[in-house]
Design a protein. Sequence first.
Length: 168
Amino acid sequence: MSSRIPLAYGKKVLELFRNPKNLGKIENADAEAFAGSLACGDMIAIYLKIDEAGEKVIDAKFESYGCAANIAAASILTEMIKGKSLQEAWKISWKEVSDELGGLPSIKYHCGVLAVGALRRAIRAYYAAKPKPDWLPREFTQEEKHALEEEILMEILSRKAQKSSTSE
Ligand code: FES
């Protein structure tokens, strides 16, 4: 039975859920990436416009098919990275995003992790055909691993759901 107890979202989360900043797509983005899977509904895409000379984020937008926490996390994250260097943007953790939102309910931590995972993928995508800076880890960070694990899980669940619907 599903719980009907409302989630304890803070004021900031609700405000950004109702009026998200930076919602949309950047055409001709310098880097873009997504995390999550449409199969289950939790998916986020991040688009970046980068000033090549300074490697600064001059614009950032997002699209989200996630929940209120995911929309709020992506919205505040895109605000936080504008004007920052890619290295500074890379260092932002999901915990900082959660703090900036006034805290997320623990059951919603993954929504913030997914937003940071998508951003880090976008930064990696930016450097895909360029020399990698020293600060860019070769190994996946926790946030990127989390996004990957979630995608694998969603893929398995959606395959199972498809199988059971075709066998009915
Ligand atoms: S994005 Fe999955 S519950 Fe929020």
